[in-house]
Design a protein around this ligand. Structure first.
Ligand code: PEP
Ligand code: MN
Length: 339
């Protein structure tokens, strides 16, 4: 930590601050500048009281306290300069090849899921999405098929060879969900449910961490740190839009997170234009933008009959539109230097 002292403080006041730093278990290093003095304090905040209260304890002497290092460590690029790649049934996410994960918002039945699975595979997707446990805003809305839905995903995996991504809602289900999926999705509403993140990390499966509805990027990176610090190196960040004052779209898809996450972290960045826009007619343009800006993968909601979907009907694209989208993305993928 760096402690900035107020200008022109007395030696006595300075010594009082240094004594307090030592008392709290840190080693102070005094650096005197022309206008002011700063103190570098070395120690471990995990096992010691934080120094962040110094300005309120010594209002006459301490101006501010700043961390030297970024608060996230393992997710940062400094910790791991090269890109991390996540292996999903032999397909790497975060490597040269651009990856598309697609499928319905919710698993509604075997026919709906298998029809979608075959169609998205034929169009070039490598991972099938589908929620079996759904985090619905209202308890009176479809909550997902649960274990029955997981078994349908497993059947689709065996029939098509696609990888599976599905959401984990509860720590109690971690082992069960892990058995049927290749990637565990942590939804926007749970992105700071730290015990759930730890439970997901401990399954050993890759974890896709959605950005929370009103989550700052630093909070998102720190939530990712919970996965990596629990011995799971396979983390994917997924931007799915944040809540703003805008009502034209369901959320505001923040594509600035692509270059920011790429700069700050080695973990892949995935874009979900479906929750982001909330409108099927915007999905294509959002996908093109995401590819051009350097995203590693897309997570797209696709339904054989969006008008009859049990959840998120307005934002799911039809099988035909998805096939067209995959064709139209090709020059963007090439232009971004991906395959
Ligand atoms: C979903 O992917 O269907 C979903 C519920 O996502 P989010 O958590 O981003 O709202
Ligand atoms: Mn959805």
């Amino acid at each position: 930590m760096i402690i900035v002292l107020k200008p022109k403080i007395s030696k006595k006041d300075e010594n009082a601050v240094l004594r307090e730093i030592k008392r709290l278990g840190y080693k102070p290093h005094v650096m005197r500048g022309v206008a002011r003095t700063v103190v570098g304090a070395i120690g471990d905040e995990l096992t010691h009281q934080s120094l962040e209260n110094l300005p309120s304890t010594f209002p006459q002497s301490v101006e501010s306290v700043m961390p030297v290092q970024k608060r996230y460590k393992l997710v940062s690029r400094e910790a791991h300069p090269s890109n991390s790649t996540i292996d999903v049934r032999g397909n790497l996410i975060g490597g040269k090849k651009f990856q598309v994960m697609a499928g319905p918002c919710s698993v509604e039945g075997e026919k709906q899921l298998l029809t979608t699975a075959h169609a998205v595979k034929a169009a070039g997707a490598t991972v099938l999405r589908g929620g079996a446990f759904k985090p619905r805003t209202s308890p009176y809305e479809f909550q997902g098929l649960g274990l029955k839905g997981l078994k349908m995903l497993d059947k689709a995996r065996r029939e098509t060879g696609l990888g599976i991504i599905t959401e984990l809602l509860s720590e109690d289900h971690a082992e069960m969900v892990a058995e049927f999926t290749d990637i565990i999705q942590i939804g926007a509403r749970n992105s700071q449910n730290f015990q759930l993140l730890i439970a997901a990390a401990r399954t050993g499966k890759p974890v896709l961490l959605k950005r929370g509805l009103s989550m700052r990027i630093e909070e998102w990176l720190l939530a990712g740190e919970y996965v990596l610090s629990n011995n799971n190196p396979n983390l994917l960040f997924c931007e799915r839009g944040i809540r703003t004052f805008e009502t034209y779209t369901r959320n505001t898809l923040d594509l600035s997170t692509i270059p920011i996450i790429k700069k700050e972290s080695h973990s892949p960045i995935v874009i979900d234009p479906s929750q982001g826009a909330g409108r099927a007619d915007l999905v294509m343009a959002m996908c093109k933008g995401a590819v051009a800006m350097g995203a590693d993968a897309l997570l797209i909601e696709v339904h054989p009959n969006p008008a009859e979907a049990w959840s998120d009907g307005a934002q799911q694209v039809s099988l035909e539109l998805f096939a067209k989208l995959m064709e139209e993305l090709k020059p963007f993928i090439a232009a971004a230097g991906r395959e």
